[in-house]
Design a protein around this ligand. Structure first.
Ligand SMILES: [Mn+2]
Length: 436
């Protein structure tokens, strides 16, 4: 957890960018039932955590830059000894002001009553429409109420603006303290993948590998996985979001593991693919070598000024060339790229932003044009090749092979830094770990 000054500085910068006539509302998402009356463990929505560090449910932040009073307003659950006995400690109104930087705090139940007053006569209302129906309703009700008072000088905002144009631009460029948390998340995740490679022999169940990864994350101080861990052995590696993790690893299987530790709310995102028996078959090795070469070339492209789209296009071209060499596709590479034949075996993008969310906030394009990378952005590079077990017209020995290799890359002033370089991916190195 960062010092309160870090969150205060973020709010100050966000408010500076909002300008003196705007108001921003950021609210936690509702707690979700898992089944019966049991809830999923609560995890604060990243926008609210980014601006406050406040981890409790039922919390709302209203920022009013330039206001004479109440610039930073929080609505939180009040202290309640009986409820806290059941559900855990609360910061309360006192904590919100003393520890989380609010100028004033109100009970969460008063948001509906107070919202219209807080947005009165502000030009722009920054609010993420469509995330939370209840909050949308509170906002539209407040606007409707202010329309009725306009003749008395209390008018509603002129525009509702999506946070991606303001707040998410801040989140996109990582500060030194954010990078410290991400480096730690990456280091823990690299260790967890190495532990998985050492554990996962034929006969081991996918969920045992997942359990060791989870254990490693938690034992090293992480919050747990930043997204659902994928452990896919054999054909399961060709299912992109395979999270059942119920099968036993068979002799000769490749095992694809996509797992990232969340540390201090920041997540890593690593994928490794390894031969459970300790040696690639020749067919597996040809696919692996192709994906690794494509991934390394893509990482080398990361630098200020290039775009994720350019990197993806380069991966698509090199993978398509490889698909022809492997006998998966026939024809001219230009045609196979143009008509998207490669999507039979490479159907996902190469990169995404990484940070508080695994698919982190931030626009990828500016009016439809891919944006240039800048120092401080963190991206994944994760090409793969997936040959379904029942794929027609492909060499038999390639069927059921899935390979993805993914690293987390920081854009630096001079190029890039691979934050997950400590996680082995050279074929000899991972074979050795799988025999250890
Ligand atoms: Mn990823």
């Amino acid at each position: 957890m960062f010092a309160p000054e870090v969150f205060a500085a973020r709010r100050a910068e966000y408010m500076r960018r909002l300008g003196p006539d705007a108001v921003a509302i950021v609210r936690s998402l509702p707690e979700r039932l898992r089944n019966g009356d049991a809830y999923h463990r609560f995890r604060q929505i990243s926008d609210l955590y980014y601006l406050t560090g406040f981890a409790e449910p039922d919390a709302t932040l209203v920022l009013r830059p330039g206001a004479e009073t109440e610039q930073v307003v929080m609505f939180v659950r009040p202290r309640d000894p009986e409820m806290e006995t059941w559900d855990g400690r609360r910061a309360g109104l006192e904590g919100a002001t003393a520890r989380y930087g609010a100028d004033v705090a109100y009970p969460a139940s008063e948001l509906g009553d107070k919202l219209a007053g807080l947005i009165t006569n502000r030009d722009e209302l920054h609010h993420a429409l469509g995330l939370d129906d209840e909050l949308d309703h509170l906002v539209t009700s407040a606007i409707a109420r202010l329309r009725r008072t306009e003749r008395r000088g209390k008018r509603p905002p002129r525009a509702v603006i999506d946070p991606r144009f303001t707040l998410h631009e801040l989140r996109l460029r990582k500060s030194p303290e954010e990078l410290t948390a991400m480096r730690k998340a990456c280091a823990i995740t690299a260790d967890a993948h190495v532990a998985a490679m050492k554990l996962g022999r034929p006969g081991t169940f996918e969920y045992e590998v997942e359990a060791l990864i989870d254990y490693t994350f938690r034992a090293r101080g992480g919050n747990g996985p930043g997204y659902a861990t994928i452990v896919g052995a054999g054909e399961n590696a060709t299912i992109l979001h395979y999270i059942e993790n119920t099968c036993a690893i068979a002799p000769g299987d490749l095992v694809l593991v996509d797992a990232g530790c969340e540390y201090g709310y920041y997540t890593a995102d690593i994928t490794r693919t390894w031969p459970a028996s300790g040696a690639f078959t020749p067919a597996q090795r040809r696919v692996y070598d192709l994906v690794l070469a494509v991934q390394q070339a893509a990482i080398e492209m990361v630098a200020p000024g290039t775009t994720l789209d350019a990197i993806h296009q380069a991966c698509v071209r090199r993978l398509t060339e490889g698909m022809v060499e492997l006998g998966l596709l026939t024809g001219a590479v230009d045609d196979l790229v143009r008509d998207q034949s490669f999507k039979k075996f490479y159907m996902h993008g190469t990169s995404h932003w990484l940070g508080l969310d695994v698919h982190d906030a931030g626009a990828y394009t500016d009016r439809g044009t891919p944006r240039p990378l800048e120092p401080g952005m963190v991206v994944t590079i994760e090409p793969g090749l997936y040959i379904a077990a029942d794929a027609p017209d492909v060499p038999v020995e390639l069927r059921g092979i899935g390979v993805r290799i993914e690293d987390d890359i920081l854009v630096t002033a001079s190029g890039y830094e691979n934050l997950t370089a400590a996680c082995p991916k050279e074929p000899d190195a991972i074979e050795a770990l799988c025999r250890a």
